[in-house]
Write a protein that binds this ligand. Structure first.
Ligand code: SF4
Length: 360
């Protein structure tokens, strides 16, 4: 078992740590072995398509009114390209047509945004900004060794000396493994109440559990931590820009306005907001640090334990259910390498740059 390194550095993101907390073995298979199931990706696929459209919408129209006719063709072309490269499973309702109708409904719901998009240091708008921020260092001694937190002095040194690459090189020369926190912030905005991080979420269902999940998710506190490192001050909090694809109701084939509810008691577009404090950031930092120590503990033991209670969760079976529960141990390596799985190539760092998107 080898620790996966990127140019000699260990890189983690929020979703990898979420997997680790759910089941260390799932984390190991998906993040270290880099294999994920080819099945049940319709929801994720649809969410990715929407992210591409929102990137286009905010890059081209900022927070101003996005007149639909001049942009219809470009947005349709983005969606067509996405579904051509990533077709939905046969018969699944989260398809190209639903996505086109979603784009129109979203645009109608949020014609003019009540905020301004914040600018990056180079003057560009902060839209889908990937980051890779020094977090701590690993001393590897073939046994569990406490991780070394990033001191205030190190952070100041990084800022003063032009970045994290030099910090990483310096650590590597001293025999350490630099650890980076990575992610992608969908939008950073400002309104009359302060600066906010805004994250787009395609939701399976809305309700009290979804709200509670979003209000307690470490993902956005991590983004706020990064926001503070970048801008030097804490944001007021985060906003979840959520939408809910539903199985089409009767008659939706004849009346596409039934596909997306934009008004009424239970709309398919909602925004949730949460304030955060410095204590939230401190707690996130400590907790993340502890989780990374746990990851290294498993690595030092040469085994990532199976949390069998997570084999079936709120969204159904784990992607490795058959592998862990139905395939005999001696065939598991071959099964994992087979057609039911594919390479996990996702990275917060590379996706936006890989796409060619029309800009009007
Ligand atoms: S099937 Fe169960 S044991 Fe296997 S990776 Fe998933 S949660 Fe872990």
């Amino acid at each position: 078992m080898n620790i996966p390194l990127l140019d000699g550095c260990f890189v983690f993101d929020n979703s990898s740590l979420e997997k680790f907390q759910s089941c260390p073995y799932e984390y190991y298979l998906s993040q270290w072995q880099r294999r994920i199931s080819t099945e049940n990706r319709a929801g994720l696929n649809f969410g990715s398509a929407c992210h591409h459209v929102l990137r286009y919408r905010y890059l081209n129209c900022d927070s101003k009114e996005c007149f639909w006719p001049p942009h219809y063709e470009a947005i349709t072309s983005i969606l067509e390209q996405h579904f051509l490269e990533n077709p939905e499973p046969p018969g699944d309702y989260r398809n190209l047509n639903l996505a086109i109708e979603w784009a129109a409904a979203y645009n109608n719901t949020y014609k003019i945004e009540p905020f301004e998009i914040l600018k990056l240091k180079d003057g560009k708008p902060m839209i889908e900004r990937s980051f890779m921020r020094p977090f701590c260092a690993i001393v590897w001694d073939n046994k569990p060794t406490p991780l070394i937190p990033l001191s205030k002095g190190s952070q100041e040194w990084i800022n003063k000396n032009g970045g994290s690459a030099m910090w990483a090189e310096r650590l590597k020369k001293q025999g350490y493994i630099p650890v980076f926190f990575t992610g992608r912030i969908d939008l950073a905005i400002t309104d009359t109440t302060g600066d906010w991080i805004l994250d787009h979420k395609s939701a399976y269902q809305f309700g009290s559990n979804f709200t509670a999940d979003m209000m307690s998710s470490p993902q956005f506190i991590g983004y706020a931590w990064e926001f503070k490192q970048y801008y030097g001050h804490l944001p007021a909090g985060y906003i979840i820009n959520a939408f809910r694809p539903r199985s089409p109701v009767k008659n939706a084939a004849y009346d596409t306005s039934l596909l997306w509810r934009t008004t009424g008691k239970d709309p398919d577009f909602i925004r949730l907001q949460k304030h955060i404090s410095q204590q939230d950031l401190d707690e996130w930092e400590q907790n993340t640090f502890s989780l990374l120590e746990e990851v290294m503990y498993h690595y030092s033991r040469g085994t990532f334990g199976k949390h069998k209670k997570s084999c079936v969760g709120k969204y159904g079976k784990c992607q490795f259910y058959e592998l862990c529960n139905e395939v005999a141990p001696e065939y598991r390596d071959a099964y994992l390498a087979g057609a039911n799985f594919m390479d996990n190539t996702w990275s917060a760092l590379n996706k936006p740059e890989q796409r060619k998107e029309p800009v009007t």
